[in-house]
Design a protein around this ligand. Structure first.
Ligand code: FES
Ligand code: FES
Length: 178
């Protein structure tokens, strides 16, 4: 191949569009179908293709937890998961937690408000989803278990004590409903 041919093939490669992957999944109880390039993260697909902007984007490298969602019931950093990998899965974002309540807020979200745990609010969707995941696996966590279970969710406003209090408050509410 001549030098000119090589340049030509490199230029062509640069303009070939990414192949799209079809994704079909359940998001907050509804079926969703969308196409994504192979490298699009689940976080970006949720925010920019499904308009579910409650899931926040911050570090985009698995350090802050702002993008936490439930995938098949497991809390994941959606910035670290490819959207294509979500094909066939069931996803719950913060928008989906209180769907069956009159206020649209879950008991956990209400507790965050009651405990004064929401300051600037940026980290809160991820905190709430992470706390929901924690409580589903451990309905009566100790303070240490809450701190440990939510250690991947950072709060720049340092509202950790009130976040822990909100999770404890929810655990108490749920135990009274059992
Ligand atoms: S944006 Fe995903 S962990 Fe920070
Ligand atoms: S409430 Fe501001 S970052 Fe957590």
């Amino acid at each position: 191949m001549t030098t000119q041919d090589s340049r030509h093939s490199v230029r062509n490669a640069a303009v070939v569009p990414d192949e799209l992957n079809e994704v079909e999944c359940t998001v907050n109880g509804a079926r969703a179908r969308f196409s994504v390039p192979p490298h699009r993260t689940l976080m970006d697909a949720l925010r920019y293709q499904l308009d579910l902007t409650g899931t926040k984007t911050c570090c985009a490298e698995g350090e802050c937890g702002a993008c936490t969602v439930l995938v098949d019931g497991v809390g994941v950093n959606s910035c670290l998961m490819l959207a294509a990998e979500a094909d066939g899965s069931t996803i719950t974002t913060v928008e989906g937690l209180g769907l069956d309540t009159p206020s649209g807020l879950s008991d956990l979200q209400e507790s965050f408000l009651e405990a004064g745990a929401v300051q600037c609010g940026f980290c809160i969707p991820g905190q709430v989803v992470a706390a929901e995941y924690l409580l589903r696996g451990n309905p009566s966590p100790t303070v240490e278990e809450i701190r440990e279970g939510m250690s991947g969710n950072l709060c720049r406003c340092a509202g950790y004590q009130r976040i822990v209090a909100a999770v404890q408050m929810t655990a108490r509410k749920r135990s009274h409903h059992d």
